[in-house]
Design a protein around this ligand. Structure first.
Ligand SMILES: Nc1nc2c(ncn2[C@@H]2O[C@H](COP(=O)(O)OP(=O)(O)O)[C@@H](O)[C@H]2O)c(=O)[nH]1
Ligand SMILES: [Mg+2]
Length: 380
């Protein structure tokens, strides 16, 4: 801490001097009107005495250095006081700077100001450390992948506010969670691993379109591998009385789409593929590439582990899907898995499914809904 007094005619002069001598980081500690010393002082306008300080304390210093600087400060002050006692009051006529020439009282005031600032600085350093510990233990408590933790910490550190860690977490999610923009496309395709709920979700989406929106809906399945898979969707199509086509080859896809051309909406169900089997995924991609005017949703289950989510999203990453549908949220209360899905997938979540009931247990979700769910402001 460097403190200097300036006796000047006006504040402009003071600012120029402070800037020149102490630099732009100096702060003004006090200012008061004074007279020049001696008889002359009564015949000249009052001057301003400005005290400015420059905090030279380096935030990055270790504790030892801060202790050293306090020791040095105290030593300097003691020396200063000794000098002050034996020296005459003087004004340096050249630049009107009074340095180390004030009374012992003024030195004490100066010292108190410096010590106060020093304590403030040490306190704020301690708070920063406490804050960092808070962030670490909070992030550690989240059941998410290492990469997701890193990403959230990055966002939290960008936040320049006094909010508590939970609020900072929420603010960071605002940056991470994208909003799903509903693109009206005639064809919607669901892809994803086996058993996550693709067929059930197709039935829900088709049912809502047909029953609630009164649209003409068609269903196609290319899931001809699993025994019973065709029957499952066929049963739904019969209950809802909507046309249903089974496609066994890429060529048949064109024909099925042609036959359903009068429909407002067509939903296509696919076979569950292992995300690790690149051959199977490439085959699926070949089917999908043939389909025009489409929206692709990747279906994942909220009941799987974080590391599996990563594998699925990486494996399916070769297909340019538009959104993620998260199923079976009724079976878990770990909504943190949504963070991994969003960060690993880098795609918005469009729907969540919350049970086996067709067509009721599905919900289109907004960014705010997802954030509230993750931070615990909402339960489902
Ligand atoms: N609890 C619960 N079960 C679901 C949900 N969605 C689907 N399922 C069940 O998950 C199982 C697999 O669903 P299915 O649609 O056949 O999955 P697919 O293999 O991806 O087509 C079935 O027993 C469904 O009833 C859901 O949101 N919640
Ligand atoms: Mg299925």
């Amino acid at each position: 801490m460097k403190v200097k007094k300036y006796v000047v005619k006006n504040m402009n002069e003071a600012m120029a001097k402070i800037r020149n001598e102490l630099g732009k980081d100096a702060i003004i500690v006090s200012q008061r009107k004074v007279r020049k010393e001696g008889i002359k002082g009564y015949f000249t306008p009052k001057m301003i005495e400005v005290t400015a300080a420059l905090d030279r304390y380096n935030k990055d210093n270790e504790k030892k250095q801060s202790m050293d600087s306090i020791k040095a400060l105290i030593y300097n002050k003691q020396e200063e006081q000794k000098r002050a006692l034996i020296s005459e009051k003087q004004i340096d006529k050249k630049d009107k700077i009074i340095e180390n020439t004030d009374s012992a009282n003024e030195n004490i005031i100066k010292e108190v100001i410096e010590m106060k600032n020093m304590i403030k600085e040490l306190q704020s350093n301690r708070m920063e450390t406490k804050d960092e510990n808070d962030i670490d233990s909070f992030i550690d408590s989240l059941d998410i992948s290492k990469e997701s933790k890193k990403r959230i910490i990055e966002e939290i550190l960008k936040i320049d506010s006094d909010n508590d860690i939970e609020e900072k977490f929420k603010i960071s999610l605002e940056k991470i969670v994208p909003e799903y923009e509903d693109k009206e496309r005639k064809i919607e395709i669901l892809i994803g691993p086996t058993g996550v709920g693709k067929t059930t979700t197709i039935a829900k989406l088709a049912g809502r379109k047909a029953l609630l929106e009164k649209k003409k809906v068609g269903l196609i399945t290319i899931d001809t591998y699993r025994i019973g898979a065709v029957e499952q969707l066929k049963t739904y199509s019969e209950i809802m009385n909507i046309p249903f086509k089974v496609v066994y080859s890429i060529k048949e896809m064109d024909e099925a789409l042609e036959e359903l051309k009068d429909c407002d909406s067509i939903f296509i169900d696919t076979t569950g593929r292992s995300a690790k089997n690149t051959m199977q995924i490439s085959e699926l991609r070949a089917y999908i590439n043939k389909i025009p005017n489409k929206l692709i949703h990747l279906v994942i289950s909220s009941t799987i582990k974080n590391k599996d989510i990563k594998v699925i999203l990486q494996g399916y990453g070769v297909i340019d899907f538009d959104s993620i549908i998260v199923t079976k949220l009724d079976e878990t209360s770990n909504y943190e898995i949504l963070i991994d899905a969003l960060i690993d997938g880098n795609k918005p979540i469009s729907y969540m499914t919350l049970g086996q009931s067709v067509p009721d247990d599905i919900k289109k979700v907004s960014k705010n809904f997802i954030i509230d769910l993750i931070v615990g402001d909402k339960v489902i």
